[in-house]
Design a protein around this ligand. Structure first.
Ligand SMILES: [Zn+2]
Length: 257
């Protein structure tokens, strides 16, 4: 700790030097890691960040404290909202271990083929359905379609994540009743589950940010993370009585997991 505080003594009126010190410090810290065993439980994010991630090389899912707050989670929320929020995120991160890249790493995080060739081929047959589906989604404001290859892993994780969490919620409901309701919102708990899933992806982008996201991002724009996932979900259509063949309940549905 002393060494860190000595190296990182900043001054108010030397911003440029402060930045250089910070860069040097990070370079030295990274360089020092070359000679020591890998710390497999170290985080590459800070606790206040509202995000979560899966590390393929450590086979680890990480949920910083920042994401454990509304709209993702609150201890006083009905469970339907929590399962539709943080529950879906947990299911999403677990699924990354079984997406098009995560599947190539074994349980210890080493790049090693551990699936049968037959399973790999079935996996890609199913995944090609999502390539077609997401490749059709266009963001009208910027006139560009989603890149279905770049976003495949995230789309697979979104679709399986909501399925896992919904099943977990139904299992919990077998032995528990919801005691909390949402005032003035006349929806069933199954509907609230999906409502909060939509809520967590609410976002606004400038056209420039949207272009960057479409050209180089690994996530589909949030609007399509919701539409793509829910239009593949039988459970969603049951909860909201969507007629077969309507936009949110197409006959052809994609499913990898
Ligand atoms: Zn993800």
């Amino acid at each position: 700790m002393d060494q860190v505080s000595n190296e990182l003594s900043f001054k108010e009126d030397t911003h440029f030097e402060n930045v250089l010190k910070m860069l040097q410090f990070h370079a030295r810290t990274n360089h020092n890691q070359l000679s020591v065993p890998v710390n497999r439980t170290a985080w590459v994010t800070s606790p206040a960040v509202v995000n979560a991630y899966y590390s393929r090389s450590k086979n680890m899912i990480v949920f910083p404290a920042g994401i454990l707050q509304p709209p993702f989670y609150h201890p006083a929320f009905p469970r339907s909202l929590n399962y539709g929020g943080i529950g879906v995120v947990i299911g999403h991160e677990i699924t990354h271990g079984f997406d098009d890249r995560g599947r190539q790493f074994d349980k210890n995080g080493n790049l090693q083929q551990w699936w049968k060739a037959e399973d790999v081929s079935k996996f890609y047959q199913r995944a090609s359905c999502m390539l077609d589906q997401y490749g059709e989604y266009k963001v009208d404001e910027v006139g560009l379609k989603i890149n279905p290859v770049n976003t495949l892993g995230e789309n697979i994780a979104d679709n399986a994540g909501i399925k896992i969490s919904y099943q977990a919620y139904k299992t919990w409901r077998e032995t528990h009743d919801e005691e909390v309701t949402v005032p003035y919102v006349n929806l069933t708990h199954d509907q609230l589950f999906f409502l909060n899933f939509g809520q967590i992806w609410c976002e606004v982008n400038s056209p420039e940010a949207m272009l960057t996201k479409l050209r180089s991002g690994q996530h589909s724009p949030n609007r399509f993370r919701v539409i793509g996932t829910l239009s593949n979900s039988e459970e969603f259509s049951e909860a909201f009585n969507c007629p077969v063949g309507s936009r949110m309940n197409p006959e052809k549905k994609c499913r990898v997991w």
